[in-house]
Design a protein around this ligand. Sequence first.
Ligand SMILES: [Zn+2]
Length: 137
Amino acid sequence: MSNQKRKVKRHPPIPKSCRFCGSEVIKKSNAEFYGRLIKGNLYCCTNCDARVGIHDGGSVPKGTLANTEIRNARKHVHALFDRIWKEGWLSRKEAYKRMAKELDIPSQECHIGWFDVPECRKAWKAAAKIYREVCSR
Ligand SMILES: [Zn+2]
């Protein structure tokens, strides 16, 4: 039996080149990127508008590199999904567990920041279903 096989990737790889246009991806501070005083850092493409935030105090990306379309799709999912736990229907952890179950993926892979547009569509539908269910209890 090999432990290697069961090893789970806990975060997406640090992007070195853009998955949309192939150009170099660099790390920048949010302040430098946005031209405003925002804490934190991000990875951004040197050619197109693809980017992803970095978890505080390290180099681990918060998700996969996203273009505008994907960023909007993720925001759309968060807007609905976050209500499930922000309104107190479920704990945040429980909400993610339910979402993973609906999407039929392991819960350690259930991060909206890892989803592309088709996955976001499924996730939005799943969130809507969960929301309906918890509200009608
Ligand atoms: Zn790019």
